[in-house]
Design a protein around this ligand. Structure first.
Ligand code: DGL
Length: 265
């Protein structure tokens, strides 16, 4: 008996592709449904109340529609605000994406680390708790950038984003007190690994970038170990919650992540 239920990935946009990529490598037979809530995009400038109301309700409808075996919330903003609500509302295993502060603190030599996320993520008590638990001997600088989310979306559509966006994002950290000693930056928004090369090039001094995607892939593989998969997984599905005017421009990037069918309302 093969089990054809997919793994459902969820983000506001294309950011979750940075988590999908390592998961596909670990689970090559898994069928994937990747949902981008472009009707609600961007999440990073929404209030906590908006995210906490929207994400569990939407995931409930998506779980009914696609019958996934597991859901990966490939979005730091949704996870740091709504993970507990989603777990409470759904019976399924839910993997969240939260800022990789622990590995950053483990590897930082200067003991100054940065958390680069959305405005909503960097102000979350969840980030306070991770910093207190895993980086209490570090200075933790935080910066939120909405432009960087848009730049990553543009990049996946094949556009060349304005390089000043990357310089401003890095300066948002390095211009803070202690920022000259910053040696490790947590990419605390799943969109940002998609523009890591640009961020690295814009950094005023050498900086290591850390994100949680490999750990999330391992966790997803662990939670589904021993389960059966279709012999041939078929094409991955990219589902959008609103019409997508740039679908043609985005299609090649989605296909590169194994998502060759696009579904829009
Ligand atoms: N990709 C999302 C995250 O990890 C949010 C981007 C947005 O919609 O602002 O936080």
């Amino acid at each position: 008996m093969t089990d054809s239920r997919p793994i459902l990935f969820f983000d506001s946009g294309v950011g979750g592709l940075s988590v999908l990529a390592p998961t596909r490598l670990l689970l090559p037979q898994a069928p994937f449904v990747y949902v981008a809530d472009n009707a609600g995009f961007p999440y990073g400038i929404k209030t906590e109340a908006e995210i906490a109301a929207r994400v569990p309700a939407l995931l409930g409808r998506l779980a009914e529609r696609y019958d996934p075996r597991i859901i990966v919330i490939a979005c730091n903003t949704a996870s740091t605000i709504a993970l507990a609500h989603v777990r409470h509302a759904l019976e399924l295993p839910i993997v969240g994406t939260v800022p990789a502060i622990k590995p950053a603190a483990q590897s930082s030599k200067s003991r100054v680390i940065g958390v680069l996320g959305t405005d909503a993520t960097v102000r979350q008590p969840y980030v306070d708790r991770l910093s207190a638990e895993f980086a209490s001997d570090c200075t933790v600088l935080r910066h939120g950038s909405a432009d960087l989310v848009q730049a990553a979306e543009a990049r996946l559509r094949g556009e060349a984003p304005d390089p000043r966006i990357f310089a401003r994002a890095m300066a948002g950290l390095t211009d803070q007190p202690g920022g000259d000693r910053l040696d490790t930056v947590v990419l605390a928004c799943t969109h940002f690994p998609l523009v890591e090369a640009e961020l690295r090039a814009a950094a005023p001094h050498p900086i290591d970038f850390v994100d949680g995607s490999a750990g999330i892939a391992r966790r997803t593989a662990y939670l589904t170990q021993g389960q059966s998969w279709p012999d041939v997984p078929g094409d991955g599905l990219a589902v959008f919650t609103a019409p997508l005017p740039g679908a043609d421009a985005l299609a090649p990037a989605l296909a590169a992540y194994g998502l060759s069918r696009i579904v829009t309302p």
